[in-house]
Design a protein around this ligand. Structure first.
Ligand code: GLA
Length: 459
């Protein structure tokens, strides 16, 4: 019997919060300025990305690049400015304003331009007295005023951080901004960012559409591994569902020396590790928010850190294209079923009649039921040595005689039909999952003929 995704969905959707905001029914797909922008993108001598920086020229050029590098075509829609945009001073009447020398026309024309290109637009703020990195004004005690200014500019998503909040409680504070945003009458997605400290998956669904389940993600393997572990610790029944997604933080995919360094960390991850990042964010139904320069402003090898200012051209690296535009992996993420979960990791080996245990460790098995009855399976190996990967169909709630078509979503190739387990019960083996690798599969059960089903029923 297939475990019905619909049953699980009903169980969780009653508490999730649909306020009509875009990008809320499925995990949001977007791009953030965080490590990605440098000054003078419109000139012939642009500078390399600077951490936590934005200005009008680089933002407008990146809105164009969002479309031209293929993110829009692949389904990404949300354009986000992180802690880079607000002036250090509120205006004379106490409203937030865009940094005056970087955005001389203010924020509204920028938001209008993103909308004109078919994108939604998000801004960062902080619940405390000041923002985390930029030291800009926080929203504390300005909930209504800040919500009103965001709505007046046409903002669609607000991320609210948690620095400089001494004496405040997240579960008391986020509802204030949530109510203020809703009172504007504009449908605004609230993304909470208290780093999973106060179990936001328990109370967040009543006030927000997504929340950070983890600390900051940086482009080094230890960070990716830690984020996956933190996210795995969220109770599976609260792992995420429409209008209530656990956010694993931004994707650092393909970032090396060409990107600004988040929290001081330069990207060092291998292609295998960056594919693991995307696979696990996908199967765990995290928002997929890319942060990487989508303008190449260097005449020389900027990926290797050899930056020579030049005219900026829209660009993703070949590795980033392979990963970020992988339609089959994106489809695993973009569903309305509950988020994936860790199934019991199999002790090696599980084949009937086998007595000799494999000496290799077993890869961890994660799965997400998908709307069409198929199941996405991630065989994840966080260890530093190769592991055996396999999945028993009983773990998916299927019968031991069920047959499924197996597709590898990184190789974009069929692995044939398997019965009872993958690799097939007949071979009873395992696939090798390299150190830090994730094998991402989609298993689609074969429909039984009525006759075969009846025979099975009788047996
Ligand atoms: C915190 C958040 C990050 C980023 C910075 C901005 O660290 O967790 O995602 O927004 O603040 O200063």
């Amino acid at each position: 019997m297939l475990r019905t995704a619909a049953t699980l969905l009903l169980a969780t959707s009653s508490w999730a919060y649909n306020n009509g905001a875009p990008h809320s029914r499925k995990p949001p797909l977007g791009w953030s300025s965080w490590v990605a922008l440098g000054p003078d993108a419109a000139s012939d001598a642009a500078k390399a990305p600077i951490f936590d920086f934005c200005d009008e020229a680089s933002v407008l050029a990146s809105i164009d690049a969002f479309v031209s590098v293929g993110l829009y075509k692949a389904g990404y829609r949300h354009f986000h400015l992180d802690d880079c945009w607000a002036d250090l001073e509120r205006n004379a009447t106490g409203y937030l304003q865009a940094e005056r020398d970087h955005f001389p026309r203010g924020m509204k024309p920028i938001v209008d331009y993103a909308h004109f290109k078919g994108l939604t637009f998000g801004l960062y703020t902080c619940a405390g007295t000041k923002t985390c990195v930029g030291g800009r004004p926080g929203s504390k005690d300005h909930w209504t005023q800040d919500a009103n200014v965001f709505a007046s500019w046409g903002v669609d998503v607000v991320k609210m951080d948690w620095c400089n909040t001494q004496g405040m409680e997240p579960a008391d504070t986020y509802p204030l901004m949530s109510a203020a945003l809703n009172a504007t009458g504009r449908h605004i997605h609230l993304n909470m960012c208290e780093w999973g400290r106060d179990d936001p998956w328990e109370w967040g669904p009543k006030v927000a559409q997504s929340w950070r389940a983890t600390g900051d993600h940086t482009p080094v393997w230890e960070s990716t591994k830690e984020i996956i572990a933190q996210r795995t610790a969220v109770p599976p029944s609260l792992g995420g569902a429409p209008y209530a997604w656990n956010d694993m933080d931004m994707l650092e995919t393909g970032n090396y020396a060409q990107a600004a360094h988040a929290n001081g960390k330069q990207g060092t991850m291998s292609a295998v590790e960056y594919k693991t990042e995307f696979s696990m964010w996908a199967v765990l139904a995290s928002p997929l928010v890319v942060t990487t320069p989508i303008l190449n402003c260097s005449a020389t090898d900027q990926i290797g850190g050899n930056f020579t200012p030049s005219k900026c051209v829209p660009s993703l690296t070949p590795l980033q294209k392979e990963i970020l535009l992988n339609a089959e992996a994106i489809a695993v993420n973009q569903d309305v079923t509950p988020a994936g979960r860790l199934l019991a990791a199999p002790a090696a080996p599980l084949c009937p009649g086998t007595t000799e245990a494999s000496t290799a460790a077993a890869a961890m098995v994660y799965a997400r039921n998908l709307s069409d009855g198929s199941v996405a399976v991630a065989l994840y190996n966080p260890s530093d040595a190769a592991a055996d990967g396999s999945v028993e169909f009983a773990q998916l709630g299927w019968s031991a005689t069920a047959t499924a078509e197996v597709r590898d979503l990184w190789a974009h190739a069929s692995r044939g039909a398997a019965t009872g387990r993958y690799p097939d019960a007949a071979s009873c083996g395992a696939v090798s999952v390299g150190a830090h690798e994730t094998v991402l599969l989609r298993l689609t059960p074969q429909k039984k003929t009525e006759e075969a089903a009846a025979v099975e029923e009788e047996a």
